[in-house]
Design a protein around this ligand. Structure first.
Ligand code: PLP
Length: 267
């Protein structure tokens, strides 16, 4: 019998927070990776007591224990891509960066710079933006900010597509290898996402879907891209597949809960 471990591709280590409501965070990450045929592993950074109406409580996990989760997973199962989501605080960012320096070199890294939930709850200590820029952005194979996150990271005001192009380029000069800047926060019937890579800028344009829920869309997209990279897709193909997956997940959202409901991973 051959050793299945040696040929397994699509292993994704997710470093992120838990959403008890199952819509965002590691729950969305695991669902997306699993639906796309990958194998999801997790290092949990924080627990949230959360539903579709909002985040009611947050408990952070000790940075040393987060490091331990990453270490034991990489030492045994290994990973073909790593995705980071909610990192909660500067000490967590520093711990994750240190562990990735030790054990994550050469593994594609998707950094979703999660800061504030759509419900308004803070998921990252605002003083930790500097640590994000200094320690994690520079390691990112792909950085996936939404507009408010890109504004915090660049200090720019981003009010139109031209500013999006500039911000995506600037985030590359700040150290991210490539950037997928998501434009869903701009008002309008069309949504632009800007992909900045060493090959240049590419704009993806879609009509806005009438969403019955958009909770967890950022987590889903970043994990879907990480899964594609882990499965050996090129960056652009991984982004295209992830965007198509997310669009269908939004279109078929089950309409759960009384607030901003989850997307559908069962399509
Ligand atoms: N909760 C957790 C644990 C998350 O990681 C995230 C986003 O990354 C959210 C909530 C926010 O989800 P949304 O802004 O889509 O509501």
């Amino acid at each position: 019998m051959t050793d299945a471990r040696s040929t397994q591709r699509g292993r994704v280590l997710i470093v992120a927070g838990s959403d008890s409501g199952g819509g965002a965070g590691i729950q969305a990450d695991i669902k997306a990776v699993t639906a796309l045929g990958g194998y999801a592993m997790t290092a949990i950074t924080a627990l949230t007591a959360q539903n579709t109406l909002g985040v009611e409580g947050v408990v952070g996990i000790e940075p040393a224990f987060i490091r331990q989760q990453i270490a034991v997973v990489l030492d045994d199962l290994g990973a073909d891509a790593i995705k980071t989501g909610m990192l909660h605080s500067a000490p967590v960012i520093e711990a994750v960066a240190a562990e990735l320096e030790l054990r994550g070199r050469g593994i594609p890294l998707v950094v979703d710079p999660v800061m504030v939930a759509e419900s308004g709850a803070s998921l990252l200590d605002p003083t930790a933006v500097g640590a994000l820029n200094r320690d994690l952005l520079v390691r990112a194979t792909l950085l996936t900010p939404n507009l408010p996150e890109a504004e915090k990271l660049t200090g720019m005001t981003i009010a139109d597509l031209e500013a999006m192009r500039q911000a995506a380029s600037m985030l590359r000069t700040l150290g991210a290898e490539s950037v997928l800047l998501k434009g869903g926060h701009l008002v309008g019937d069309t949504i632009h996402d800007v992909l900045a890579t060493e090959a240049g800028l590419e704009v993806f344009t879609d009509t806005r879907l009438p969403a019955r829920g958009s909770h967890g869309t950022g987590c889903t997209l970043a994990s879907a891209v990480a899964c594609g990279l882990a499965q050996g897709l090129g960056l652009r193909d991984a982004v295209l597949r992830a965007r198509a997956y997310l669009r269908e997940a939004i279109r078929t959202a089950p309409g759960l809960g009384r607030g901003n409901g989850p997307v559908n991973h069962g399509h």
